[in-house]
Design a protein around this ligand. Structure first.
Ligand code: FAD
Length: 344
């Protein structure tokens, strides 16, 4: 969450006219190319399907719009939250008192084996394109929901691959300086589900990715090996993507029916070794654990599901209890992977 432009924010609902405010803030209204809306429910903008309203909400599809809207937030001393497609967040039932900026920057350029991708593109559309073009490097990250910008911010990964392995540069918009500049891979400080962008005042606008024209497929992960044996298959890029679709369909709940944010917790790292939290939860008999409409998914206990009408508060309480139980029984501290918006 980007908090440095905030000193305080007004949690009351604003009833004043936005256009007037913008005029007073010195904006040339004829140049405003996007709409800033008030009191927008965030429930429709996150996959968990919970949460209250955002005091201010807008969609940006150009750097110029991003600049205008960041200036607006600055003038009003509003906290900013950058939203992709809401697949890794938990929004407070009390909503968010600041401005939510939904990143809808679009565009993909493909030159030989290099891609320049705008941050609002769907990550899986990019994986699909790479497989169609016979380019290697991101196929194991097939069907991860979300946008490209968020994927880099959270260094997404699956089945032995991470996005950090293919990122050459990241273009960001600096909220303080109101301009864009480029980071190289090292400057992004990628770690397991972490990067500099999760902590600092930068909005990812473009991602430069380098893929390979030829490579061995990474099929070492247990689920992929099992699929290969069961189906007697030697993988190509296309069949590996298809296998991952099937494996994931068994692991994750049906998103048209249930709310979730994927893995709720990070796998704990103890003395440099990453432990499989799903296995630990399973051993503790917590697979399928349910309280009201919140549960650890029966096929993958790292995944927390909203089975119907759960609130953010209930999800938070349930997951706090899960973390406490793991600590009590295994003396292991587990922390959420997902990002919280608003107050809990
Ligand atoms: C069913 C399911 C399965 C999943 N499987 C996986 C998996 O296999 N591997 C994995 O790693 N993740 C997985 N996830 C988590 C999720 O897909 C990723 O975290 C994804 O990158 C989130 O993208 P989003 O656009 O929805 O981001 P959001 O949820 O909208 O935002 C997530 C974070 O990114 C920040 N952010 C968004 N856009 C930008 C930007 N342009 N610049 C800077 N910061 C930004 C937000 O502020 C927030 O902190 C899964 C989620 C679900 C629901």
């Amino acid at each position: 969450m980007y908090s440095s432009i905030v000193s305080s924010y007004d949690r009351r609902r604003h009833s004043h006219r936005l256009l007037l405010e913008l005029a007073l803030a010195g904006h040339n209204l004829t140049e405003l190319t996007m709409k800033i809306e008030e009191n927008i429910s965030l429930k429709e903008f996150n996959i968990f399907k919970v949460g209250g309203v955002a005091n201010y909400f807008c969609r940006v599809s150009s750097i110029d719009e991003l600049k205008q809207v960041v200036q607006f937030a600055r003038q009003k001393e509003l906290e900013i939250f950058i939203l992709g497609s809401g697949s890794n967040i938990l929004v407070s039932d009390d909503g968010f008192g600041g401005l939510v900026i939904k990143i809808e920057l679009k565009g993909v350029e493909l030159k030989d084996n290099r891609l320049i991708i705008s941050a609002g593109e769907s990550w899986d559309d990019i994986v699909k394109l790479s497989v169609e073009k016979s380019l290697y490097g991101i196929e194991n990250m097939s069907f991860i929901p979300g946008t490209v910008g968020a994927g880099v911010a959270g260094n997404i990964g699956a089945y032995g691959s991470e996005i950090k392995d293919v990122v050459e540069y990241v273009e960001v918009f600096d909220i303080d300086k109101l301009k864009t500049f480029k980071f190289n891979n090292k400057q992004c400080k990628f770690k397991y589900r972490e990067s500099i962008f999760k902590k600092k005042n930068f909005i990812i606008t473009k991602v430069y990715v380098k893929l390979l024209e030829d490579s061995e497929l990474n099929t070492t992960y247990k689920d992929i090996q099992n699929y290969s044996k069961e189906n007697n298959i030697t993988f190509t890029l296309k069949t590996l993507r298809q296998a991952i679709r099937e494996i994931r369909n068994n692991k994750f709940p049906n998103l048209s029916k249930y709310g979730t944010a994927g893995s709720f917790f990070k796998n704990p790292i103890i003395e440099g070794n990453k432990l499989h939290l799903a296995k630990i939860l399973d051993e503790l008999g917590m697979k399928g654990l349910r309280e009201g409409d919140v549960a650890l998914y029966k096929n993958q206990p790292l995944v927390v599901v909203n089975l119907g009408e759960a609130t953010a508060k209930e999800i938070k309480k349930f997951t706090d209890n899960v973390a406490q139980k793991v600590f009590n029984k295994k003396n292991i501290k587990i922390i959420p992977e997902i990002v919280f918006i608003g107050e809990f």
